[in-house]
Design a protein around this ligand. Sequence first.
Ligand SMILES: Cc1cc2nc3c(=O)[nH]c(=O)nc-3n(C[C@H](O)[C@H](O)[C@H](O)COP(=O)(O)OP(=O)(O)OC[C@H]3O[C@@H](n4cnc5c(N)ncnc54)[C@H](O)[C@@H]3O)c2cc1C
Length: 453
Amino acid sequence: MTDLIIIGGGLAGSEAAWQAAERGLRVQLYEMRPVLQTGAHQTHDLAELVCSNSLGSNLPDRASGLLKTEARILGSMLLECAETASLPAGGALAVDRELFARLVTERLQNHQNIQIIRAEVKAIPNIPTVIASGPLTSPALSQAIATLSGEEHLFFFDAIAPVIHAESINMNIAFRASRYGTGEQDEGDYINCPFSKDEYYAFVDALLKAERIELRSFEEAIRSGVKAGHFFEGCLPVEIIATRGIDSLAFGPMRPVGIRDPRTGKRPYAVVQLRQDNLAGSLYNLVGFQTNLKFSEQKRVLRLIPGLENAEFMRYGQMHRNTFIASPKLLRPTLQHMERDDLLFAGQITGVEGYMGNIATGLVAGYNAARLHHDEEPMTLPQTTMLGALCHYVTHADLKDFQPMKANFGILPPLVSTSKIGKRDRGKAYAERALADLTFALNEASPAEVNEQ
Ligand SMILES: Cc1cc2nc3c(=O)[nH]c(=O)nc-3n(C[C@H](O)[C@H](O)[C@H](O)COP(=O)(O)OP(=O)(O)OC[C@H]3O[C@@H](n4cnc5c(N)ncnc54)[C@H](O)[C@@H]3O)c2cc1C
């Protein structure tokens, strides 16, 4: 007898399997490697880290550190293995990747309630299921998900434009305006960074010379334009557009039509538009600036944009293969499918990004699958917690611009405070509020039965 099927033995699926099994569910964990490879994974181990060996900051007043504190409180098995396999890395949690994956694989193999099956799942099972098949979900399963949820609700590439902190924009150079003055806000919906002809040419030159992240075999399509998120037409990185002619950006994402610089009264030669990225207005994204430059190069080159010389980046731009669903339309914050209570999603496929975020959403899905099994209400974590905010973000974001999101303070509800809090103290205040609310929520929820056989 099987109580729960989990598809994918990566970060999210491994954590989900553990959480459900610990609460007495008989779990079948399907992992297609080594029968079928993803192109990015190198080993047969469960919970293989495909790239960096860092799970991000461990400092309690950083976004990623707060997420770890919460996951620790919630009893994350993968975090425990990461801590056992940790290496010296300053304030970050870096691990020996082989030891980490081996520890997780052994814990799962040795759990009496877990059966690991090495096979590709091609159809969505009709019993309680967690889909945690990750950014490189196999084509057959992708097709099954598209059939269940609609082709238009499944995406295959990320085209993420960089996001910067509003307070780091130099408003002595940048100015607010909407094209042809057609915006909703009187002062204009966008922040515009104006270029003279010389500034534009210098910028394009730097962009063309900047170092790019190497494309993997399963990402080659990016060179010729891919469908990414809701961009149904060919979506290209800015540095590729720039190779098509020195003025191609000035006629594309940097076109200045309908924009006048209030300081000169003239139309700039080119413009980079910044669009508000969160309700609080503390974050702005660079419109149409999906890019594949190395992160350090993005910092250097994008700071050449007039008005962004001191830009602080919340997120760098990226373009890579990434299967994810339209969670704002398809999922509830409990990670249950809108139309099927016993079907949950976890990990990168939900639109949550980053190793730790994927582990943590696996925890939520496994925990909630157990609660459902025990006839308990699945839990929605408070939005003031980092994990609750991630689950809330992916299930409530504006679908038009939906792109994967990692842990960051910008997705938390703003702090209510009468006095201005400095940046350092803000992290601490967010963390204190999150942990108080998490403790309260856990006390409210009656825990699912443990080890019911
Ligand atoms: C190339 C690449 C590099 C990345 N680098 C980083 C990084 O450095 N730092 C970071 O924080 N994040 C990174 N990410 C993003 C993300 O954090 C990782 O991909 C993370 O492993 C995702 O966790 P997951 O559990 O959702 O998916 P995964 O860990 O990929 O697990 C999904 C599992 O499902 C299996 N599977 C797929 N389809 C099926 C099927 N039909 N049947 C059975 N099994 C199936 C896969 O083999 C895989 O083992 C990267 C992503 C990619 C693609």
